[in-house]
Design a binder for this molecule. Structure first.
Ligand code: PHE
Ligand code: ZN
Length: 882
């Protein structure tokens, strides 16, 4: 054995929560801003909890302490200690005022946490990122969300270099100083936790819109960016206005300051941040124009704008008591955003997208060594818990609660939740308590969902009794053990269902013991390990459509045969469940192909889809989804011994057969028809046509490259916007067309100054499947525009390769694993958060086939034994290794 790896610091535990001994009532912050060094003075007005006796302890990381006074007196050196990221101060009492002055080095901050520089020292701007624990990189403070203070922030800086000075809250004065500098002050009337603090300073442009809330408050909305991209902010402004109206109409929530600022940066670790009154966005989720953004990206901008805006109530006005409650704001806000996006676009398409994301990103997390409950019990590094489980599964739990209460009941519950917890730092118990009380219901059983990791398996079995004309549906649940949680309990699982007869018609449901008027769809809730539900008056043996709309985040096991799924695929009026039937049927076909057995499912799948394609009466975006089998990642989840190359090959084979069954000529004709209607319009119908056109082109590439590749090359050359251009480029790349190199070179040059468009150039190439992908990635790393310092660039090349290209990353010789480990070490020295997130690509290695498993094991061992890794990366590597 090598030297022992450094031990992980003692984890933080949910059950060790204690209310803060010291609170901060108000804080005055003064910033003397400059690129290389910035000085921050903080005056904290302290309150002491009379029931606690600890000395004053404040968080602070990498701070150069310049001075410290308590109640106006400079403290002698023996009256305070600063060690291990804690400043301990003697002599503080209730009502004391502590003033500290510290020096920061923003330009040297590559972790992008705390105060940092976006862009170059000459042209860039300064900004902050504080969630979750970044504020302690700015000043000494009790940096925990249950300490809510009123902030007054004064910014001073050189006027030419930093013409724009912004902080959260309302403007509270500005002026000129004599030495070429100026100042601006902001006061936030709403007490807030430190993670919602933000400042921005630099040369920025803005667009502006006046908005009047439903309650009559006049608000100025401002979106800020660097000058070269300011003309790409208009779509975000429209989306912001739509979000604000929607939250007024749907939840009765109004905005609560006089200004709302949104700022775009190209240097950001995450998607966006809901700082009070001053949202900061990764440019990727704010900028949009037809020439550089795809349809999907437009929708992402809309949904992220909505998400961050909705946080103003679900997160800011009502915040989290501690970081274990993170899903209280994130799960809820994702759910609110999902409902908004469904209202703005299409309910079933949004649901299809969200459920595929859940299956691609959250199910694997929940099934491997990184599995954790939506409310984790402990963590070492909180930044590692901004996960698909906390966000996406968390949103599914809120959806279940909303479904359980119905729209009016849920609104009643949310009203009570907001009213009761406004200005407070709340827990998930507060949330479920308010929802339940407003509806005279005990939602307590649903809390178990928050504490239990792992995806439940829901086994369903139906028995039809012809003599009695009754149908007995037996549901059984089982959650496999996860690391650290061997025993699982039964959870309440709402199952929305319908029964179809042989002609594809839904039958009226007479559920035993139910008094309500019979409908064709109902919800039964499984509340124990096993339960049977009896339906009366069922005329013939039915085909059940289960878990409609994905009514619970579980894996459904029902022994459908191909004919039954084909019936649902043809007849289910619900778009989501139709898609679900096609996914299940494709999966059965995949299993047949894999095992070399019969081909009933394959035949049924090909038959159903080719008929749907020919009839051409399905909405085009839905049809595109129906024609897309589950992802390689989803199929890998079903295997005990995963060979990613084989899964890829089988999936290709399946798609080729689909293309052949539809026919090259039919595909070609449909392509031409859809291409003939090409437009730049963003309306749903135009987007849907573009999506179907892309799917048709991809299918045609698989069977008739001689026809398809010239079509793609023409589409690339004459594309009116990015959706068509990128789609064509990807089709050329994936079918290894002779026209691909020229298109790539053209794109590289055309978008040389457009960072977000260039990201897609990297991404498109990183995702091309197969053993040669790594060589391509290594070549791309040598492109002048590649850098490990920019998170978006890292995601678009390395992230796309390790996460969205299984057959490339999991190269049989293990070279992909060695490459990733090497980059992780380099990246970790610059930006631990980004390194840790990328390292989760190792998740699932234990289920790889033996050769790859051994190669991955060695790489992960080596990494775990390395010294000097960040706490972020160490925790992920230690967990994934288990
Ligand atoms: N709270 C942000 C969001 O969801 C995510 C985030 C977390 C951003 C941590 C930055 C840092 O919406
Ligand atoms: Zn969020």
């Amino acid at each position: 054995m090598n030297a022992r790896p450094e031990q992980l610091a003692a984890p933080t535990r949910l059950d060790a929560y204690r209310a803060p001994a010291w609170r901060v009532e108000t804080v005055e912050l003064d910033f003397d801003l400059a690129i290389d060094t910035t000085e921050v003075t903080a005056r904290l007005h302290l309150r002491r909890d009379p029931a606690q006796t600890q000395p004053l302890r404040l968080d602070g990381e990498n701070l150069e302490l310049l001075s410290i006074t308590l109640d106006g007196t400079t403290l002698p050196p023996d009256a305070f200690r600063y060690a291990s990221n804690v400043l301990e101060v003697d002599g503080a009492r209730d009502g004391s005022v502590l003033e500290t002055r510290v020096r920061l080095r923003p330009a040297a901050n590559t972790a992008l946490e705390g105060l940092y520089l976006s862009g170059s020292a000459e042209a860039g701007f300064l900004l902050t990122q504080c969630e979750a624990e970044g504020f302690r990189h700015i000043t000494f403070f009790p940096d925990r969300p249950d300490v809510q203070a009123r902030y007054t922030v004064t910014l001073r800086a050189d006027r030419d270099r930093f013409p724009v000075l912004l902080a959260g809250g309302n403007p509270d004065g500005a002026g000129v100083l004599d030495d070429g500098r100026h100042w601006a002050r902001f006061a936030d009337p709403h007490p807030k936790p430190s993670y919602l603090f933000a400042v921005v300073a630099g040369r920025l442009q803005s667009i502006e819109r006046d908005y009047v809330t439903a309650e009559g408050r006049a608000v100025t909305l401002k979106i800020w960016s660097e000058a070269d991209v300011i003309d790409r902010c208009d779509y975000a402004m429209d989306a912001l206005e739509r979000s604000m109206r929607w939250d007024e109409q749907t939840y009765g929530r109004n905005y609560d300051l006089d200004v709302f600022h949104v700022v775009a940066t190209h240097d950001f670790n995450m998607g966006a941040m809901e700082n009070k009154g001053l949202n900061i966005f990764n440019a990727k989720y704010l900028l949009a124009d037809p020439d550089s953004s795809t349809d999907d990206e437009y929708r992402h901008v809309e949904s992220v704008i909505a998400h961050e805006y909705f946080h103003n109530w679900s997160g800011n006005r009502v915040t989290c008591r501690d970081w274990f409650q993170l899903s209280l704001k994130e799960g809820l806000t994702v759910f609110r955003e999902q409902s908004f996006s469904a209202d703005m676009n299409s309910t079933s398409l949004k649901r299809i997208e969200d459920v595929s994301l859940l299956r691609r990103a959250q199910f694997p997390e929940d099934a491997g060594p990184l599995a954790h409950p939506v409310r984790p019990a402990q963590y070492s590094e909180i930044n590692n818990f901004y996960t698909a489980t906390v966000y996406e599964k968390g949103a599914e739990l809120v959806r279940m609660l909303a479904g359980r209460l119905g729209p009016e009941g849920f609104r009643r519950g949310m009203d009570l939740y907001f009213a009761r917890n406004d200005g407070r730092a709340a827990t998930l118990e507060d949330f479920l308590g308010a929802l339940g009380e407003a509806n005279h219901t005990d939602l307590g059983p649903y809390l178990a969902w928050y504490g239990q990791a792992g995806t439940p398996r829901l086994h369903a079995h139906g028995e039809y009794d012809e003599a009695r004309r009754s149908y007995a549906l037996t549901l059984r649940q089982h959650t496999p053990a996860t690391s650290g949680q061997p025993q699982k309990q039964a959870l309440p699982i709402p199952v929305k269902l319908a029964l179809f007869d042989d002609d594809g018609r839904m039958t009226a449901l007479h559920l035993d013991g139910q008094t309500a008027k019979p409908q064709t769809e109902c919800v039964v809730v499984l509340e124990a390990d096993e339960q049977t539900f009896i339906f009366r008056g069922v005329p013939t043996a039915p085909v059940p459509s289960l878990l409609r709309g994905f009514s619970a985040p579980v894996i459904l096991e029902y022994d459908y045969d191909a004919t039954e799924l084909a019936l649902l695929l043809r007849h289910d009026p619900d778009g989501f469940n139709r898609w679900e039937a096609s996914q299940q049927l494709a999966t059965l076909a995949y299993v047949e192909l894999r095992d070399g057995g019969a081909s009933h499912a394959l035949e049924a799948w090909l038959d159903a889809l080719s008929v749907l394609f020919a009839h051409n009466d399905v909405e085009p975006a839905l049809l595109a989804n129906l024609l897309t089998p589950p992802s390689e990642v989803e199929w890998a989840e079903r295997e005990a011994s995963v060979d990613p190359a084989r899964i890829h090959a089988l999936r290709q084979q399946l798609q080729r057969q689909l293309a052949e069954r539809i026919g090259a000529e039919a595909l070609h004709q449909r392509y031409l028809a859809l291409a003939g209607e090409a437009s730049l319009s963003l309306d749903a119908a135009s987007q849907a046509r573009r999506r179907l056109k892309q799917r048709v082109l991809e299918l045609l590439c698989l069977i008739d490259p001689g026809v398809a590749q010239p079509l793609a090359a023409t589409q690339y050359a004459s594309a009116p916007g990015m959706t068509d251009r990128l789609g064509a480029l990807m089709a050329l790349l994936r079918s290894d067309a002779a026209q691909a190199p020229a298109a790539l070179a053209h794109y590289r040059q055309r978008y040389a100054d457009n960072a977000l468009a260039l990201d897609k150039w990297f991404m498109a190439q990183a995702q091309v499947p197969g053993e040669t992908a790594l060589d391509r990635v290594l070549t791309l790393e040598r492109d002048a525009s590649f850098t490990l310092k920019n998170p978006n660039r890292v995601q678009s090349l390395l992230g796309a390769f390790v996460r969205a290209n299984p057959s490339g990353f999991h190269r049989a010789d293990g070279a992909g694993y060695r490459f990733l480990a090497e980059r992780l070490v380099q990246l970790d020295a610059l930006n631990p958060q980004v390194a840790a997130r990328l390292a989760t690509a190792f998740n699932g290695w234990q289920r790889l086939e033996p050769g790859r498993r051994e190669a991955a094991r060695r790489v992960i061992e080596d990494l775990a034994n390395r010294e000097g890794l960040s706490r972020n990366l160490r925790e992920i590597v230690a967990n994934v290794r288990k």
